[in-house]
Design a protein around this ligand. Structure first.
Ligand code: SF4
Length: 294
């Protein structure tokens, strides 16, 4: 396996005002991501960075000017890791995410961190010092072979172990079941495994667009040929029946576990020790489209 191309870069600011509905600011201490997920939605970033290398093979390590007046982020939602993984393996060396957290410590910012790593355990105490911090781990399979086919993050077992440690430490955790691969991702089994370690389960279906659509469809044809007709139906003909059926099944399943199953939820207003809420995010593409029309 080739080593990624690492470049250290200077930037004025690492915190960007965000249009995402889930946060006020997005923060990405790196450009690129060496977890190299085959389905990475963030690979569009290549267009804006001048990189021509394949996604996952390069990483720009950002060095920014000192954050002036961190208190201005008091009470604001900062999403760390919208287009990179802030705990990619190189963070162990460069510690840019740790530097960011250290600069923001005491500011009162509300952090939301997304990762596929357990390197974040290193910063547990730092993260715990922020009010209402939340950490999410992407887990879209319990099958380590499929995981290895899809990404270079740490094993699912390690992600679940890290989630449990954060949860036991009183930090809100999310099991982000994303992207759900039709007939491959066993959503119910993941919910059963994670439900005692998290405050929120977030479900997002696989969307295929851009460069990676063909990569995924070719992978399915090669490794799961019996699923090719289903994937063609969903991703070439736009048939939504699979998601509607899964939605119905999950509604029944979560009811049997006495978990709330909702489209949108403010989990922060729920007690920490309440059972996790399962949030269905299947239809966000349609929601985004109608929002654009509006
Ligand atoms: S961890 Fe996230 S940002 Fe990194 S390659 Fe995977 S999906 Fe993309």
């Amino acid at each position: 396996m080739c080593s990624p191309i690492i470049t250290e870069t200077e930037t004025k600011s690492v915190i960007t005002k965000s249009n995402l509905p889930v946060c006020d600011y997005s923060v990405n201490p790196y450009t690129g991501c060496t977890h190299a997920c085959k389905y990475c939605y963030a690979s569009f970033m290549k267009r804006f960075t001048g990189h021509t290398e394949p996604w996952g093979t390069f990483l720009d390590v950002k060095h920014w000017d000192p954050i002036k007046n961190p208190q201005k982020y008091n009470g604001k939602e900062l999403f760390i890791g919208s287009v990179t993984d802030p705990y990619n393996p190189q963070e162990k060396t460069f510690e840019r995410t740790k530097a960011l957290l250290t600069e923001l410590k005491g500011s009162g910012a509300k952090l939301s961190i997304a990762t596929k790593s357990d390197l974040i355990l290193r910063d547990l105490d730092l993260i715990k010092s922020f009010p209402d911090a939340r950490v999410s781990w992407s887990i879209n399979t319990l099958d380590e072979n499929f995981k290895n086919d899809m990404d270079k993050g740490v094993s699912i077992e390690r992600r679940l172990a890290a989630m449990e440690i954060f949860h036991n430490a009183g930090i809100r955790t999310t099991c982000f079941i994303s992207p759900i691969f039709p007939e491959i991702t066993d959503v119910k089994a993941i919910i059963n495994t994670a439900k005692d370690k998290c405050n929120l389960v977030w479900l997002e279906n696989l969307n295929l667009r851009g460069d990676y659509k063909n990569v995924i469809l070719e992978y399915i044809t090669e490794k799961y040929p019996h699923l090719t007709p289903l994937y063609d139906e969903i991703y070439k003909k736009g048939n939504q029946c699979y998601w509607q059926r899964l939605d119905g099944e999950l509604c029944e399943f979560t009811k049997s576990l006495e978990l709330d199953y909702v489209i949108n939820d403010d989990t922060m207003s729920r007690p920490f020790d309440a059972p996790p809420v399962v949030v269905n995010y299947f239809y966000h593409e349609q929601i985004k489209k109608s929002a654009r029309k509006d």
